[in-house]
Write a protein that binds this ligand. Structure first.
Ligand code: MCA
Ligand code: AMP
Length: 505
C-alpha cells in the first residue's frame, strides 16, 4: 500500500457523494467534496515547498476546512501539528520553533500576534478562519482537486502532538501512520462502528480524543459525523435525536445530566456513549444509567499511546474502571522504583506496549529513554490496579498533572511563572476537585520576607503568556509550604487541605 493511513481512512471514500460531515445547521459536506478540498490544500502546501516529513502547524477553529488540512497532510506525507486554539502567542512560539514548522495556519484574528512568531522561526504564516475563508483557502481554491498521494510506510511520521512534563517544557510526541492506523482499526471493531452510525462530535480536533479517536474511527467505518464547533448543551440536546453514538470527556456527561431535558426518551435510539481523557466518577456512571438506561463505555488513553484499554462493548462495563487492554496492547503494573512487575491486585505504575505506542519525543532522546523502555514498554506516569477479573482501574498519578475538563495542565509551567513574580518566594500549583471540570487549578504562594503580594497583579502578569484554561482559578498565600524531611513540597497535604474549596462555592 503506498500510503496506508491515507488509503484506509480517506482514499476509500473517493467519489462518494454520501454525507461525511453534517453541521449544526443541517448543511452537509460529502466525502468527495472533503477529499477534493484536501487535495487542493496538499497542492498548495507542495507549491510552497513543503515536503514529505515537514511539519505543518495549525492553530485554527474547528471546521470542515480545518479537518481537510489533516487529510492533506496525510496525503502529502507532512507531519500534522494541531495546536489548542487557546494557546497564547508565547506558547505557540515554543511549538513552532521546537518542531521547526514550515507553515503555520491561524485564524485571521490571530495573525498579528503570530506574525513575529512565524518570522522568528522562518515559517510561512497564512490564515484559515472558522467559516472556511482566509488567505490559505483563497489560494487553495485555484488548485487542482486531485493530488497524487505520496508513498508512505507505517513507520513514517503522521503527526506531532505536544504534551508537557515535569520540567514544564513540552515534548513533541511523534506518532507514526502505524500508531494511528492500528488503534483506529482496533477501536472501530471493538466499538462496532459502521456506515450506519452518526457520531455526535463536539470535541476539539487538536487532541487525540477528537481527532485520532473520534474522527479516525468515523472515517474508517464510513460513519457520518454530526460536527459541532464546540460543546453547546442546547445544540447537543437538539442533535442527539439524529445521532447513534457520542464521545466525550466526563464534563460532557455531567453537563448533560445537569439538564432536565436530557431524558431516557432522548437517548432511546442511541447505541453507544464513550467517555475518556479524565476519570469518570463511578457516581456519574451510575447516575447516567439510572437516567438513560445506558452504561457509558469508559476507556483509557494518552497522547503518546492513543487508546490502551477499553471497557467491553458486550459484557459488563464496570464503573470506576477503564476495562481491559485492547487487542494487541499489553499492560503491566510495575514497581515505580525497580520496574519489576507486581502481583495481580497491587497498585503500581501502568506500563504499555503495542503498535499504538509512539516513536519517541521529537529531538529529545534522553526524555524518550526515560519514559520508553528499550523493550518497548512506555511508562505512563499513571498508577493502576488490575482486579481479579482483569479490569484496570486508574487510582492516581505518579506525575504532577492536573486534568481540567479534559485538558492537561502541568503545574511546573505555572509555578515557574508564579515564582518569577515580584515578591513571590515560591509557589505550588495543585489540582482540586471542581464540579464542572473535574479538577481545577489552585495556586499557593509564599511571599518573600515583608513583601505584600498583589494577587490581582500577579494573575494579570501570568495571564498574558498562559492559555486561559491553565489560569489558576484562585491564588492563596501561605506563610510556608508543607515539606517532608527531604525538603520536598507535600502537594498531597495541600490537595487534602483545599479539596472542598470549589465544591461548595
Ligand atoms: C474552557 N475553559 C476552561 C476549559 N475549557 N477552563 C478550564 N478547563 C477547561 N477544560 C474556560 C475558557 O477559557 C473560558 O474562560 C471559560 O472556561 C468558558 O469557555 P468556553 O469555551 O465556553 O468553555 P466550554 O465550552 O465551557 O468548554 C469546556 C469543555 C471544553 C467543553 C469541557 O474544555 C472541552 O471541550 N474539553 C475537551 C478537552 C479534550 O478534548 N480533551 C482530550 C485531550 P473565561 O470565561 O474566563 O473566558 S486527549 C486526551 O486527554 C487523551 C489522549 C485521551 O485519553 O483522550
Ligand atoms: P494526555 O497527555 O492528554 O494524553 O492525557 C493522558 C492522561 O489522561 C493519562 O495519562 C491519564 O492520566 C488521563 N486519562 C485518560 N483517560 C482516562 C480515564 N478514562 N480515566 C482516568 N484518567 C484518564
Amino acid at each position: 500500500m503506498p500510503n496506508p493511513l491515507y488509503d484506509t481512512l480517506f482514499g476509500q471514500h473517493k467519489g462518494k457523494t454520501t454525507p461525511f460531515l453534517q453541521m449544526a445547521d443541517g448543511s452537509v459536506v460529502t466525502h468527495d467534496t472533503y477529499l477534493q478540498m484536501s487535495a487542493q490544500y496538499a497542492h498548495l502546501f507542495t507549491e510552497w515547498g513543503v515536503r514529505p516529513g515537514d511539519r505543518v502547524a495549525v492553530q485554527i477553529e474547528k471546521s470542515p476546512q480545518a479537518l481537510a488540512v489533516y487529510a492533506a497532510c496525510v496525503q502529502a506525507g507532512f507531519v500534522f501539528l494541531p495546536l489548542n486554539t487557546a494557546y497564547t502567542a508565547d506558547e505557540v512560539s515554543y511549538f513552532a520553533e521546537n518542531s521547526g514548522a514550515r507553515v503555520i495556519l491561524c485564524d485571521a484574528k490571530r495573525s498579528d500576534a503570530l506574525a513575529p512568531v512565524a518570522a522568528a522561526c522562518g515559517a510561512r504564516l497564512e490564515t484559515l478562519n472558522a467559516d472556511g475563508s482566509g488567505s490559505f483557502a483563497m489560494q487553495a481554491d485555484k488548485m487542482p482537486a486531485a493530488f497524487p498521494t505520496v508513498d508512505r510506510s507505517v513507520d513514517d511520521l503522521a503527526a506531532f502532538l505536544y504534551t508537557s512534563g515535569t520540567t514544564g517544557r513540552s515534548k513533541g510526541a511523534m506518532l507514526t501512520q502505524g500508531n494511528l492506523l492500528s488503534n483506529c482499526l482496533t477501536l472501530t471493531e471493538e466499538w462496532r462502528f459502521t456506515a450506519d452510525d452518526a457520531l455526535l462530535h463536539a470535541l476539539p480536533i487538536f487532541h487525540t480524543h477528537g481527532l485520532f479517536v473520534a474522527t479516525n474511527i468515523a472515517l474508517l467505518a464510513g460513519s457520518k459525523i454530526l460536527f459541532l464547533p464546540r460543546f453547546d448543551l442546547d445544540v447537543m440536546l437538539e442533535l442527539m435525536a439524529q445521532a447513534t453514538t457520542m464521545m466525550g470527556v466526563p464534563t460532557f456527561y455531567t453537563r448533560l445530566l445537569g439538564d432536565a431535558r436530557f431524558t431516557k426518551q432522548l437517548t432511546r435510539h442511541m447505541r453507544l456513549f464513550v467517555s475518556g481523557s479524565a476519570p469518570l466518577l463511578a457516581e456519574t456512571h451510575l447516575q447516567f444509567e439510572e437516567r438513560t438506561g445506558h452504561r457509558i463505555l469508559e476507556r483509557y488513553g494518552m497522547t503518546e499511546t492513543n487508546m490502551n484499554t477499553s471497557n467491553p462493548y458486550d459484557g459488563e462495563r464496570r464503573a470506576g474502571t477503564v476495562g481491559f487492554p485492547l487487542p494487541g496492547v499489553e499492560i503491566k503494573i510495575t514497581d515505580s522504583r525497580t520496574g519489576e512487575s507486581l502481583p495481580q491486585g497491587e497498585i503500581g505504575e501502568i506500563e504499555v506496549r503495542g503498535p499504538n505506542v509512539f516513536k519517541g519525543y521529537w529531538q529529545m532522546p534522553e526524555k524518550t529513554a526515560e519514559e520508553l523502555r528499550e523493550n518497548g514498554f512506555f511508562i505512563t506516569g499513571d498508577l493502576g490496579q488490575i482486579d481479579e477479573d482483569g479490569y484496570l482501574s486508574i487510582v492516581g498519578r505518579n506525575k504532577d498533572l492536573i486534568i481540567s475538563g479534559g485538558y492537561n495542565i502541568y503545574p511546573k509551567e505555572i509555578e515557574l511563572l508564579l515564582d518569577a513574580q515580584p515578591g513571590v518566594l515560591e509557589s505550588a500549583v495543585i489540582g482540586v476537585p471542581h464540579p464542572d471540570f473535574g479538577e481545577t487549578v489552585l495556586g499557593i504562594l509564599v511571599a518573600e520576607r515583608q513583601a505584600i503580594l498583589d494577587l490581582d497583579a500577579i494573575k494579570a502578569n501570568i495571564g498574558g503568556s498562559l492559555a486561559k484554561f491553565k489560569h489558576p482559578q484562585r491564588l492563596v498565600v501561605l506563610p510556608e509550604l508543607p515539606r517532608n524531611t527531604m525538603g520536598k513540597v507535600q502537594k498531597k497535604e495541600l490537595r487534602e487541605h483545599y479539596k472542598d474549596m470549589f465544591l461548595h462555592a
